[in-house]
Design a protein around this ligand. Structure first.
Ligand SMILES: [Zn+2]
Length: 443
């Protein structure tokens, strides 16, 4: 058997353009790019062959809440969705990832279940604001904080004073501080108790100004302390001018949104359908159009799934109670097609692909390892057909729990094959060659 493989497509995404390229792969790396296929090449014809999708925002709940979502099911879903690297958020496992010991426990828990590459964020909570140096040096790719209740009692939110104390420390290490930007206000939240199954009441209970106030505060703090800031899941059009203004003054701020804020809209979300509950909430058609345009203008840098599932009982699927239900959308497997479906009328493929590949690689500081089809980088590759329409079918979902608002929806873009570190891990709708992923650790 030869010690290398070659993969050819007439539409390979190389150096920001589509070119006929044959990738030569050995020991998990791309070792060469050739213009023509070899006689032994796997020929993908006209299919798009691009760097594997990177999902920089995923909640895996293992260890401790593995019944919500675990590494085994999440990384299978990722492979099926053309995603070759995911980064895990620190709050849903038990213990929460706020110490080096907890990170080690999480890494141990993932051993043998890395069907794609997995990186980790650490968590900033009031208890560790003055003691985060060792966590910042432990290999994490960033540090996450909340400005409102996270939904997990062991992961309390930080205050402005906590951030004043910790941002000077964080800024020394160059890692991004990822912030969930909502500053809550109890008066407005009380609305929902009268009509707990009304989606529009839920939307009103987490108003735009919660997000706007938080984004403004975080931008001020980041600028003051010269601390890298990544604003996760931007949902409100009213945050955009703040981010845009900040970006004209500094390079330390980046921001993401998620396909559910683009694909769905509040006007058509039925009451009692807790599968749509996430925080911040999905807003209106007009709002979401502004998010798409902000991506186009690079005010928003990238897309992530914010996959955050829960068991059906905790998601209150039977009661339809939006006040009690876990806030989080299961969408990991559909990041690529749901994003493309939402944006295809506004973006060329050339404009779209970086949102899921090179941009998240840059956020994570891993652009020398992943996110490009380039000699010396990991042979993480997604082959897909953007024009192909698929209807999301429950049987084809690899998440631990199937409920997701994407079931029954028509999406554009079918994943044909996924390669992780040079290994074919998804093909013919099957996840194969298990545990070929690696940990993505900051060196
Ligand atoms: Zn999240």
């Amino acid at each position: 058997m030869p010690d290398h493989i070659t993969l050819y497509s007439r539409n390979a995404w190389v150096e920001n353009s589509f070119q006929p390229v044959s990738l030569v792969i050995e020991d998990g790396l791309i070792i060469g790019l050739e213009e023509k296929p070899r006689s032994t090449s796997t020929d993908f014809g006209e299919y798009i062959m691009m760097p594997g999708v990177i999902d920089a925002h995923v909640h895996i709940n293992e260890p401790g809440r593995t019944e919500w979502e675990g590494f085994n099911s999440a990384t299978r879903a990722a492979a099926a969705g053309g995603i070759t690297s995911i980064v895990d958020m620190p709050l849903n496992s038990s213990p929460v990832t706020t110490t080096v010991a907890a990170l080690k426990e999480k890494m141990n828990a993932s051993t043998g279940q890395l069907h794609v590459n997995v990186g980790f964020y650490g968590g900033l909570i009031p208890a560790n604001v003055n003691d985060i140096d060792s966590l910042l040096l432990s290999g994490i790719l960033g540090i996450k904080c909340f400005l409102t209740h996270s939904g997990i009692d062991e992961f309390p939110n930080v205050t402005e004073q906590d951030l004043e104390a910790s941002m000077p420390l964080i800024s020394q290490y160059g890692l991004p501080l990822l912030a969930h930007c909502e500053l809550s206000d109890q008066l407005k939240h009380s609305d929902l108790s009268n009509e707990p199954s009304s989606y529009l009441q839920y939307l009103r209970s987490r108003p735009d100004d919660w997000e706007v106030k938080a984004v403004a505060m975080m931008i001020d703090l980041a600028t003051k302390h010269n601390c890298r800031l990544h604003i996760v899941h931007v949902s409100s059009q009213h945050s955009l001018h703040l981010i845009s203004d900040a970006k004209t003054k500094t390079k330390i701020i980046s921001a993401e949104t998620c396909p559910h804020y683009l694909f769905f809209e509040a006007e058509t979300i039925p009451d009692k359908q807790t599968v749509y509950k996430c925080a911040p909430p999905i807003r209106t058609h007009e709002n979401n159009l502004q998010l798409k345009l902000a991506l186009k203008d690079s005010i928003l840098d990238l897309l992530s799934s914010d996959h955050s599932p829960a068991p059906p009982s905790i998601k209150e699927l039977d009661s339809g109670d939006l006040m009690k239900a876990w806030g989080g959308i299961a969408g990991l497997q559909f990041l690529l097609p749901a994003s493309w479906t939402s944006l295809k009328n506004y973006f060329s493929l050339e404009e779209f692909i970086p949102l899921l590949t090179s941009r998240p690689a840059t956020l994570l500081g891993l652009e020398q390892n992943i996110g490009h089809l380039k000699e010396g980088l990991a042979a993480d590759i997604t082959v897909w057909e953007p024009q192909k329409k698929i209807i999301v079918n429950e049987e084809e979902i690899f998440h631990r729990h199937k409920p997701t608002p994407y079931i029954g929806r028509e999406l554009h873009g079918e994943v044909i094959s996924t390669y992780v570190n040079g290994n074919l891990v998804y093909n013919n709708k099957q996840v194969i060659n298990l545990n070929k992923g690696k940990w993505l650790l900051k060196k």
